[in-house]
Design a protein around this ligand. Structure first.
Ligand code: ASP
Ligand code: MG
Length: 411
């Protein structure tokens, strides 16, 4: 049995006309002899609408009930689409997360998939051409409905493909694939033919919304080829796949950015063992993700600690730090929300040096001050003032040869 998993995002299922386009794609794959497992998102705007409604009813909605509420978006999509597909003559049925089941932990609103009953799906595929699965949702071991975090239908798609050992997981969206940078910021952005799992992980964690990060982690772990493509064009899209030597020849694959950043500096804390733990443990316990961290060289037994978090967590973080103040003997706590991250990403950096210094030189030429720097094996990130974001992205995109023009040589 040859199986393809396809996932369609919110804009692809918004209304009858678009669902007809989805149906045409599915019929095409079916005509080629494939069985299909199709994961659908809620129609675009639906999840946001439900979340806003919950806040009208409760100042702090119960997470388990939030999940019961928001999963109705996907439930409506799969029911409507299955009706359409059945009328077109396909042997098709819908499946909600708990009917498969897709078993998750009990972390409501951001659960992780533990297991998928693939043998149940395979036996259903004996009788059906197409199974239409509600994305984003699962069920915990107590039978309670869970969701996988925003954008979680991508993860449903990849997890289904991994469990069924499908030939490919196609992620259908409203853009032609993964781009060298955001085309809205830089008109020279180009669609990539291929990208490695690791690069895609960096793109996703830098705020590129095209794939949920967890879906890329799963794809990498189970080696699932993922093709990101548009429902509305015939472009073959971008293949997300394992790294090969050809990819390593390309120094830089793309420029990512993240505006959802906020910098906090805790001034003059004691420079003694345990200070970092004292600051970051309570922040982590509050479920707040800290991104870049810098601890300055100490002077007179004191030092400054600077770090970045997502802007939504600013108030909570400041109040945690305020409580800690006596314990860590901090002089002052400063914050700045007018900052953003710009990252240069490429697996080629594993084997080439000089990308970081080239990036710094290019930013200097534009008189852009670097506030913080972080690196990984395949990424250099600079925190800069938000007003320079567009200039930085365009400059780096051009200079590293991602557009049409000639690339700079790395120093
Ligand atoms: N409907 C959910 C969301 O908007 C899941 C998804 O579309 O992937 O986040
Ligand atoms: Mg999405």
């Amino acid at each position: 049995m040859r199986i393809i998993v396809q996932k369609y995002g919110g804009t692809s299922v918004k209304g009858l006309e678009r669902m007809r386009m989805v149906l045409a794609r599915i019929q095409k794959a079916h005509a080629l002899g494939y069985k299909l497992v199709v994961a659908l998102s809620a129609m675009s705007g639906e999840t946001n609408k439900l979340l806003a409604q919950a806040r009208e009813f409760s100042a702090d909605p119960d997470p388990a009930e939030l999940d019961v509420l928001v999963t109705t978006g996907e439930q409506a999509s799969v029911a409507l689409f299955t009706m359409l597909a059945k009328d077109a003559g396909l042997r098709v049925r819908s499946l909600l997360g708990h009917q498969i089941p897709i078993t998750t932990n009990s972390n409501f609103t951001r659960a992780r998939i533990m297991e998928i009953d693939a043998s149940h799906l395979r036996s259903l595929l004996e009788d059906y051409d197409v199974l239409v699965v509600a994305g984003f949702q699962g069920v915990d071991c107590h039978g309670r409905v869970t969701t996988l975090g925003r954008g979680g239908s991508d993860t449903t798609g990849v997890a289904l493909a991994a469990a069924l050992e499908a030939d490919v997981c196609e992620i259908y969206t409203d853009v032609n694939g993964v781009f060298t940078t955001d085309p809205n910021l830089c008109s020279a952005a180009r669609k990539l033919e291929r990208i490695s799992y690791d690069e895609m992980l960096e793109f996703s964690s830098q705020g590129a919304k095209v794939l949920q990060i967890r879906s890329v982690e799963l794809a990498k772990k189970f080696n699932v080829p993922v093709r990101v493509r548009s429902t509305f064009t015939d472009d073959p899209g971008t293949l997300v796949t394992s790294e090969d030597t050809e990819m390593e020849d390309v120094l830089v694959s793309g420029i990512a950015y993240d505006k959802d950043q906020c910098r906090i500096t805790v001034r003059n804390v004691k420079d003694t063992p345990g200070v970092a733990a004292a600051i970051f443990a309570p922040i982590a316990e509050a479920g707040i993700l800290v991104d870049m961290i810098i601890q300055n060289t100490g002077r007179d037994g004191h030092t400054d600690m600077t770090f970045t978090i997502s802007r939504v967590h600013l108030d909570k973080t400041l109040s945690i730090l305020d409580h800690l103040r006596p314990e860590i003997s901090a002089d002052e706590i400063q914050h700045d929300i007018h900052v953003c991250k710009v990252s240069v990403i490429g697996v080629g950096m594993r084997s080439h040096s000089g990308v970081a210094s080239t990036m710094f030189t290019l930013l200097k030429k534009e008189n852009i001050n670097i506030l913080m720097i972080a690196t990984s094996e395949i990424k250099i990130t600079c925190l800069i003032e938000e007003k320079y974001l567009e200039l930085a992205v365009r400059t780096l995109h051009d200079a590293f040869g991602l557009g049409e023009g000639p690339a700079v040589a790395c120093v």
